[in-house]
Design a protein around this ligand. Structure first.
Ligand code: FES
Length: 670
């Protein structure tokens, strides 16, 4: 029989120890006075007891325990704030409306029927170690995870997916991880853009063909964000985006390094002979120091910020650095929210309307975002049946200030941006330029989500009065060289090149450029206009990020660091320079860029939004008649399908059959 022991409360134990100390002191005092305790000793004893650390400690602890016990039993206010102000509860609208019953869940068609197929679904779920109680009547949340060993920007997704699952479980859902193609920007060739629509299709069809009620979309590296959102918009199940978050700042000998931007910069310095091969190797080791996507305002940071501005993430999610503990917490909260979105039946096309697109474009302009966002946002909008064209970008650019002081347009990096207040602070500083009533995934409006945003560093996140650039952080150009438009990022170009006329130095494709650009005999000077053909959606193929055409080595050695360069390519958001991009229609299909010849005069006028080839119409007609279409890039496979259906840059480069149209029906369960 187990011995019974008396357990006194800890506070009482402490109190007894304290009294024991006092009693011992008293005995010592009386012994010292030959056992004659006198009344004169009483005040001394009282002071001793009051000052005794053991007495004070036991008294404080006793009071604390008594207060806690009273609060608990009285339903009082002990630590009430702790219970009511978690990030999730404050970021989600209350009360939530439950619009579905368990029987109305999409997954119920797989799991709930009384037939042989449902038996198969349940028995195979049991095979994975689950009990019916794990999933019956619960929203199945598909977690589309773009983790891959070949994608350095998503290395933390193996851990993050567990945190998303934790949130789904906690909210009463059933998480199911579904891996999808990763689109690793540094490694995938010819370009990840070739596969953006592929991932979009994969996302859409994963959600359609499996018993998903809702989705968490895990992306961040450049094209993964638009691809996952495009697929989710087309499928239109409740979906929330979990951005990968930027990596930490790069470092080289104490100098801060930014993804991409400093690669271009120091590559030019290496070619100019200003740094050594050893310096270059040290930069290689220090420029990417942690998980997460590029930490300049490249395409990744631009598109995750656009996703947040459109309302597809929890508030503040896009700015959190990948290794930060808040990122892990955000992942869990995202999983939780996905479950509630299913019950509320809050779907992507409830969120993505003209206001959301307006906010995304405005946000991209205010953060000095990548020109790639133009192509992606047009494609996203078209998936939802919302009209967006280049003219809206130009119109909003004329009145939107550049507020985020982030490279390549500014000075800092995304880690600084987070500490400075993040995207919410930028959106708040934009005031009336943002459409505050736009819906978001947490059930609140964008205006509600940014109402309490604060700026912690006014140099990183500027006000409208202290904007880096008052307007025109982007310009859409037209003219006889770009009838369907071209784009340039004026703040990233040297100001004297905004209005420039120069003679063309033409390269027929990338290989031609690579072979001749550093030729000492190349007839080029600082006023020349470098032209690259066959770099568009079909010509690249995939419209690669070649648009920051290299400056010839002989000019680099003369100190030239910027020139007017034009192409039908895209450009990395981390790049800079007077680069005219996205010329449409592209040269591969006979657009006017195909007709440019060495020595032609080209006129760029950014304030007037003009890009013209100073060649007579008659001469251009003669050249057009003599132009021969190049052989197709692909005869079979995905490349052939890509070539048959890709649209031009001004149309978003989506596949024509994926743009808005009749709904695709859910599969029958047979
Ligand atoms: Fe992944 Fe830049 S390489 S975001």
């Amino acid at each position: 029989m187990a011995a019974r022991t008396l357990q006194l409360p800890a506070a009482i134990q402490d109190y007894i120890i304290g009294l024991h100390c006092h009693f011992t002191t008293l005995v010592c005092l009386t012994f010292k006075r030959r056992m004659t305790f006198r009344s004169i000793d009483m005040p001394f004893l009282a002071i001793h007891i009051t000052l005794c650390p053991a007495y004070q400690y036991s008294t404080r602890r006793y009071r604390a325990l008594r207060f806690r016990a009273r609060s608990r039993y009285a339903g009082g206010s002990y630590n009430k704030e702790y219970l009511t102000t978690t990030q999730y509860q404050t970021s989600v609208k209350e009360p939530q409306v439950k619009k579905k019953t368990p029987e109305q869940l999409r997954s119920h068609r797989w799991y709930g029927a009384q037939d042989m197929r449902a038996f198969g679904h349940r028995s195979r779920t049991a095979q994975m170690g689950f009990d019916r109680s794990d999933y019956a009547g619960k929203p199945v949340i598909a977690i589309i995870n773009t983790w891959s060993d070949i994608n350095p920007c998503h290395t933390h997704f193996k851990q993050r997916v567990e945190e998303v699952k934790r949130g789904v479980w906690q909210a009463g859902g059933f998480p199911v991880e579904m891996p999808a193609m990763s689109l690793s920007e540094p490694f995938q060739k010819p370009t990840t853009m070739m596969y953006r629509n592929f991932l979009a299709m994969e996302c859409e069809e994963l959600l359609r063909s499996y018993p998903a009620d809702g989705a968490v979309l895990m992306g961040g590296c450049d094209k993964t964000t638009p691809a996952l959102l495009m697929g989710a918009i087309s499928m239109n199940l409740p979906a929330i985006f979990m951005p990968a978050g930027p990596m930490l700042r790069g470092n080289w000998g104490g100098a801060t390094l930014g993804s991409g931007s400093d690669t271009w910069k120091y590559w030019a310095e290496l070619r100019a002979g200003n740094i050594t091969e050893k310096d270059w190797q040290e930069i290689e080791q220090g420029i990417a120091r942690s998980p997460g996507h590029c930490m300049t305002m490249g395409t990744a940071s631009t598109m995750t910020s656009a996703a947040e501005a459109m309302g597809f993430t929890l508030p503040g999610a896009a700015s959190i650095p990948a290794p930060d503990s808040r990122h892990a917490a955000m992942a869990t909260l995202t999983g939780k929210r996905a479950v509630d979105m299913v019950w509320e039946d809050l779907k992507p096309r409830d969120i993505l309307d003209a206001d959301a697109i307006h906010n995304a474009v405005t946000a991209v302009l205010a953060i000095g975002g990548s020109t790639n966002a133009i192509v992606h946002l047009i494609a996203l909008a078209r998936r939802a049946g919302v009209m967006l064209d280049l003219d809206l970008f130009d119109a909003l650019a004329r009145k939107t200030p550049l507020l985020a002081n982030i490279r390549p347009s500014g000075k800092y990096l995304m880690e600084d941006f987070y500490y400075g207040g993040g995207l919410r602070a930028v959106l708040k500083n934009l005031g009336g330029l943002i459409r505050a009533n736009a819906k978001t995934v947490n059930g609140k409006t964008l205006g509600e989500n940014i109402a309490d945003a604060k700026v912690f560093d006014a140099d990183i996140i500027r006000s409208i009065d202290t904007a880096l650039v008052k307007s025109d952080s982007l310009a859409v150009l037209r003219g006889n060289l770009a009838p369907d438009g071209a784009v340039i990022k004026p703040p990233a170009a040297e100001a004297q090149l905004h209005q420039h006329t120069g003679r063309a130095v033409v390269f027929s494709d990338y290989n031609d450029m690579a072979a001749r650009i550093d030729d000492a005999e190349l007839p080029v000077d600082k006023d020349s206009v470098i032209v690259l053909k066959h770099a568009g959606p079909l010509g690249g193929p995939g419209m690669p990020e070649w648009g920051q055409l290299p400056i010839p080595q002989k000019l680099l050695k003369q100190g030239v660091r910027d020139m007017v360069r034009i192409s039908d390519a895209r450009m990395s958001g981390t790049s800079y320079g007077a680069c005219v991009l996205h010329i449409a229609p592209e040269s591969f299909i006979g657009g006017p860029l195909a007709l440019v010849q060495d020595g032609d005069l080209i006129e760029l006028d950014v304030p007037a939004r003009k890009l013209n080839l100073k060649v007579s119409d008659a001469e251009l007609a003669r050249r057009k008649a003599a132009w021969k279409a190049p052989a197709p890039r692909y005869e079979r496979g995905y490349g052939a399908a890509f070539s048959q259906h890709i649209t031009q840059a001004n149309e978003g480069c989506d596949f024509d059959f994926l743009e808005a149209g009749a709904e695709t029906p859910d599969p029958e369960i047979h």
